[in-house]
Design a binder for this molecule. Structure first.
Ligand SMILES: Cc1cc2nc3c(=O)[nH]c(=O)nc-3n(C[C@H](O)[C@H](O)[C@H](O)COP(=O)(O)O)c2cc1C
Length: 219
């Protein structure tokens, strides 16, 4: 196992969404992905169901198909009121310029999605849209595990990005990948590739944890 030897602190503070600093020309060994997936299945899982599934996509034709769906979704998203660009519109703050950087970086990923060396799609049994009050538990049974995968990837010099835009066309993606859409929900599409350089920095978060934490009552 080749790792960067980062401290837990460094892994937890420097696992960024990597888009522009991905090496599109360097394939990712299956073994590296398997090592990261071993971390994923150590995560907590509601009622110990262990219902997680991960679909790894490295086939160029399938990546091209997903890339096409993603680009279509990106075009819609970029014009939405909830897009990162719209949220920053008219503001002159550090957060607004950060949003604009995210938007440029995300546009780059959308254009190059098909070139990403590997895509990992975390899935759950059942349709999330029908899970009712159980939806939070269902999601919480896959998201920590997918994040463990991403942290393990960082330690191996791999960059990842959690993306959701292809879910606008989840049914088409299911058909492309042979996923039984009525029985299985896709949760994300995590892009994976070796990073160009390994020096990533902690992100700026408005006010840090103190600004979003209350103690003992909600104020
Ligand atoms: C629920 C969720 C959905 C996201 N969807 C996308 C996406 O579709 N495309 C993308 O490029 N980034 C996506 N991101 C990544 C965010 O843009 C990113 O986490 C955020 O800008 C903060 O940057 P950082 O992860 O480097 O700290 C998503 C992140 C989350 C948590």
């Amino acid at each position: 196992m080749t790792t960067l030897g980062l401290s837990v602190h460094d892994v937890l503070t420097t696992t960024r969404s990597v888009r522009k600093r991905l090496d599109f020309d360097r394939p990712v060994d299956d073994q590296l992905l398997e090592e990261c997936l071993e971390y994923a299945v150590q995560a907590p899982t509601g009622s110990n169901r262990q219902g997680w599934r991960f679909l790894v996509v490295t086939d160029p034709e399938k990546k091209a198909g997903l890339g096409e769906l993603y680009r279509r979704g990106w075009e819609q998203y970029a014009g939405m009121p909830a897009s990162a660009a719209a949220l920053a519109d008219g503001e002159e703050s550090e957060r607004a310029s950060q949003q604009m950087r995210v938007m440029r970086s995300a546009a780059f990923l959308a254009e190059n999605m098909h070139r990403v060396p590997a895509m990992v799609i975390p899935c759950l049994p059942g349709r999330l849209d029908q899970a009712g009050f159980g939806a939070a538990s269902s999601l919480a049974s896959i998201i920590p595990s997918a994040w463990s995968f991403m942290l393990g990837a960082r330690e191996r010099g791999l960059g990842t990005c959690w993306t959701t835009i292809h879910l606008m066309f989840e049914e088409e993606a299911a058909e492309l990948l042979g996923i039984p859409y009525d029985e299985v929900s896709q949760v994300a599409l995590i892009t994976v590739g070796h990073t160009l350089g390994t020096d990533f920095q902690p992100a700026s978060r408005e006010g840090g944890a103190a600004a979003v934490t209350s103690w003992n009552s909600w104020d």
